[in-house]
Design a protein around this ligand. Structure first.
Ligand SMILES: [Zn+2]
Length: 62
């Protein structure tokens, strides 16, 4: 049986933070808006990654 490492906990916390931010954007009505350039993110990209906060062409922002 594998142990749960600090890395696992950190990864879960990062995912939770991303979910929180996505929910905040949903409530604020800016869910589909890119946080970098303000353009609307493609629906197909959001289906592929519902926690996406910016266009796929921007460098990964974490
Ligand atoms: Zn953008």
């Amino acid at each position: 049986m594998s142990e749960i490492t600090n890395e696992t906990v950190t990864a879960i916390e990062a995912t939770l933070a991303n979910v929180d931010r996505a929910l905040e954007r949903l409530r604020a009505g800016t869910y589909r808006q890119c946080q970098v350039c303000g353009r609307e993110i493609d629906e197909a990209d959001l289906i592929a990654d519902p926690l996406l906060s910016h266009c796929p062409e921007h460098p990964e922002l974490g």
